[in-house]
Design a protein. Structure first.
Length: 78
């Protein structure tokens, strides 16, 4: 069961869609509908996976499983 939501909108004066912690385990590709990359003003570079149920999960973009899901989502969006 996916219970970790680590996406936090920041204050009104800061960037939106920042990740402050990352989900620690791989996520099944079949659960992911889309993704967003965090704003460059955020303290950490992150990827926000959006699930089929519209949940948002922050993940570390340097991990190979994250890059694989991003590539698959990109290929399937055309």
């Amino acid at each position: 069961m996916l219970q970790c939501l680590t996406f936090f909108p920041s204050a009104a004066t800061g960037p939106d869609n920042c990740c402050f912690t990352f989900y620690p385990r791989p996520v099944k590709r079949s659960l992911i509908r889309s993704y967003d990359v965090t704003d460059f003003h955020c303290p950490k570079t992150g990827v926000i996976f959006v699930t089929q149920k519209s949940h948002r999960i922050c993940v570390d973009p340097s991990l190979s499983w994250v890059q694989g899901i991003m590539k698959t989502v990109d290929e399937n969006s055309f």
